[in-house]
Design a protein around this ligand. Structure first.
Ligand SMILES: *Cc1c(COP(=O)(O)O)cnc(C)c1O
Length: 340
């Protein structure tokens, strides 16, 4: 039994999903003629109570498109120091948009409204870059799957409104937050100018993200997506996976969250585990006491038992639960952790 806890992106399409993909009605989406892509976009827009949505091959491209739409070259965006848009999108913010980042020293990837307000450059002081956008991430990836407090997000929106800033949500794992905190997509739709969501993480699709916003913004996004090389043809085969996932594989995220918490408890019991970060969703981040066992040796010991996890540097390790991590695998992992 091979147990892969490297990421929730390692999943393969379920039989039901494959069936939905095989039988999808498709057309050429570059001509906006793919009925299944159109259906997915309408479905997601409706879910969030917004006018429009656009299907993307990746979350990176969806985020980068949003940043391009909300900024001009030379301007600055505000995000947490852990933000995916800053750390893991290949420098795309500067490459694609000519924009710099003001990093905020938040907690587990989350900033306060006061920190955001403090990071805004005075608009009439022409020596500093003009602040035009605030990006937040929910759940936070590098922050260990932490979920934002809705009231803080609302306070940041008020700051954005007051200072005429755009407000973008990188919601790659927003589904996990919605399930964990029993929130509705509409609550988020009301708050942000644009939201990106991934279908290829916890929802278990092989590919795909969606950008959500008002009609005018999404119309412009079609052009930016084209410029970024992301127009796809019979993409309905992929969109069908997204529709299937939203209908059938959303609520089960709760299982991933429960298993992650149980893994956390098992880790806590090990003498050489120094600290387990609070577990709110499907990401477990923990620290090893390197004087007892190095992270490399710990990873190797698990590998010998056919368990794959990932190191994050500085003695930190990560496990992510997902659809293809079954109950049998979970019991086996707990047994192995207990006997290491
Ligand atoms: C995975 C992820 C993305 C997008 O990643 P892609 O691999 O490009 O789909 C964006 N933001 C966060 C927080 C993520 O975890």
């Amino acid at each position: 039994m091979q147990i892969n806890l490297i990421s929730d992106t390692v999943t393969k399409p379920s039989p039901g999903m494959l069936e939905a993909m095989m039988t999808a009605e498709v057309g050429d989406d570059v001509f906006k003629n793919d009925p299944t892509v159109n259906k997915l976009e309408e479905k997601v827009a409706l879910l969030f109570g917004r006018e429009a949505a656009l299907f993307f091959p990746s979350g990176t491209m969806a985020n980068q498109t949003a940043i391009k739409l909300h900024t001009q070259p030379g301007e600055q965006l505000i995000c947490d120091k852990y933000a995916h848009v800053y750390n893991y999108e290949g420098g795309g913010i500067s490459f694609n948009s000519g924009v710099s980042c003001r990093l905020v020293d938040g907690h587990r990837g989350m900033m306060t409204a006061a920190q955001v307000e403090e990071a805004i450059n005075p608009p009439d002081f022409y020596h500093s870059p003009l602040t035009s956008l605030v990006c937040v991430e929910n759940t936070t990836n590098k922050g260990g799957g932490a979920c934002w407090d809705m009231e803080e997000l609302e306070r940041i929106k008020a700051v954005c409104h007051q200072h005429h800033l755009k407000y973008h949500l990188d919601g790659a794992r927003l589904w996990n937050a919605l399930v964990a905190k029993k929130e509705s997509p509409k609550q988020y739709g009301d708050l942000f100018h644009t939201i990106s969501v991934c279908l290829s993480k916890g929802l278990g699709c092989p590919i795909g993200s969606v950008l959500i916003g008002d009609r005018e913004t999404i119309q412009k996004a079609v052009r930016v997506r084209k410029v970024f090389g992301g127009g796809m043809r019979q993409a309905g085969y992929l969109a069908a996976a997204g529709i299937y996932a939203l209908d059938n594989q959303l609520q089960r995220l709760e299982e991933d969250h429960n298993r992650a918490k149980e893994i956390g408890q098992a880790l806590q019991a090990l003498t050489y585990v120094k600290k387990v970060a609070p577990i709110e969703t499907n990401i477990v981040i923990f620290e090893i006491d390197q004087s007892q066992i190095s992270t490399d040796i710990f990873i190797k010991k698990l590998e010998e038992k056919n368990i794959q996890i990932i190191g994050m540097g500085q003695g930190k390790l990560r496990m992510v639960t997902h659809m293809d991590y079954t109950e049998a695998m979970h019991q086996r992992l707990l047994d192995i952790l207990g006997s290491l």
